[in-house]
Design a protein. Structure first.
Length: 364
């Protein structure tokens, strides 16, 4: 038996407890030894609810007092750079959620800080079963040479205009709003499918200009709600991206994603409304439904919430398995690292510059 990977968690919000933690707690290859958060009471409650032995309200204290092999960072974006640096200084492997930081200067420093340790970034769409199947079909040449990519991602995070002001509207946390929040996934998918991005044209707007604080006082929203971008890739491929956080909320559709690849010999399409399949349409032939690789739908109704949660758990488990393997020293081809996160942030910075200045902006 392998020695279990000793993991600490920094940040214990909804995403950390619903997506990051469950597959680690279920694995006999991992010991989640401690959790850290800004509020001692909430950190202690998260530890107690998840059966984690220790909790802290200071990261340095946790890292000094707890023997760890890796730190999983699921805290708010502004806390990421210092958490990464603190872990890397102690030789711990680092998993960090996206966005890594607010700008490419900070992410470049994170790359330097992590020299000598293994790293991974939570670009969750890479582990989505249907998205992975779509990429496999593209790599196998089913659509020929890629001519165009289109990715649309919408979230209901800000769909209610009367919802209160939170840290999501703070430029210190999300410098570019929806571009900082959902943009990292879009950029990563474009790079993963089509290669490096060389220049960008973009437009962005703030739809809800202000929101009430806890006392009801209106507070300005300092970042964007909606962004569209066109990427010119070094390979000659064009990519169209739409990002929005103002999807009207419904009980079972708080996110919606669409991904299309147009090739010289056909197309392949994914929509999150049918999360366990993609549609392949070769030139001159009718469309064919291709089931997502390795997903047992277990009789769930297509389009149901149960099906969506099944896909959610499958992606979470696959991401965790790759992290465990990589941090144990096993080879995991194509794993997104802090370096990929930095390259993505360079693209996000260039996209924001294009949105502010108009025209095309080069991507370094």
């Amino acid at each position: 038996m392998r020695t279990p990977l000793r993991v600490g968690l920094h940040g214990h919000g909804w995403w950390a407890q619903r997506y990051l933690l469950p597959p680690l707690l279920a694995s006999d290859e991992v010991e989640v030894r401690a959790v850290c958060g800004r509020d001692a009471g909430r950190a202690a409650a998260a530890a107690r609810e998840n059966g984690i032995p220790e909790s802290f309200d200071d990261l340095d204290t946790m890292l000094e007092k707890t023997e760890l092999d890796a730190l999983m960072i699921g805290s708010s974006p502004a806390a990421h750079p210092e958490a990464v640096a603190a872990a890397a200084r102690r030789g711990l492997h680092v998993f960090c959620e996206k966005p890594l930081a607010g700008n490419a200067e900070d992410t470049a420093r994170m790359v330097r800080d992590c020299a000598g340790v293994r790293t991974m970034v939570g670009f969750t769409q890479r582990w989505h079963p249907a998205v992975g199947t779509l990429r496999r079909l593209v790599v196998e040449g089913e659509v020929g040479e890629i001519r165009h990519l289109r990715y649309v991602t919408r979230a209901a995070l800000s769909g209610d205009p009367s919802a209160p002001w939170t840290w999501r509207y703070d430029a210190a946390e999300y410098a570019y709003g929806v571009l900082s929040d959902l943009g990292p996934h879009a950029v990563d998918l474009v790079r993963w499918l089509g290669g490096e991005i060389s220049s960008i044209s973009a437009d962005a707007v703030t739809v809800v200009a202000e929101r009430p604080d806890a006392s009801g006082r209106p507070v300005p929203v300092r970042n964007w709600d909606d962004c569209t971008a066109t990427f010119q890739l070094a390979s000659g491929i064009r990519a169209s991206v739409v990002l929005s956080r103002i999807l009207p909320p419904t009980p079972h559709r708080r996110f919606h994603h669409e991904l299309d690849v147009v090739g010289s010999r056909g197309t392949v399409t994914f929509t999150s409304d049918r999360p366990t399949e993609v549609v392949l349409a070769r030139a001159g032939e009718g469309p064919v439904v291709v089931p997502a690789d390795g997903v047992d739908t277990r009789g769930t109704q297509p389009g149901s919430f149960d099906e969506l949660m099944l896909v959610h758990r499958t992606g979470s488990a696959r991401q965790a398995a790759d992290m465990i393997a990589a941090f144990a020293g096993r080879d995991v081809p194509g794993l997104p690292t802090i370096g990929d996160g930095h390259r993505g942030q360079q693209v996000l910075d260039a996209t924001a510059r294009a949105a502010r200045e108009g025209g095309w902006s080069p991507c370094p």
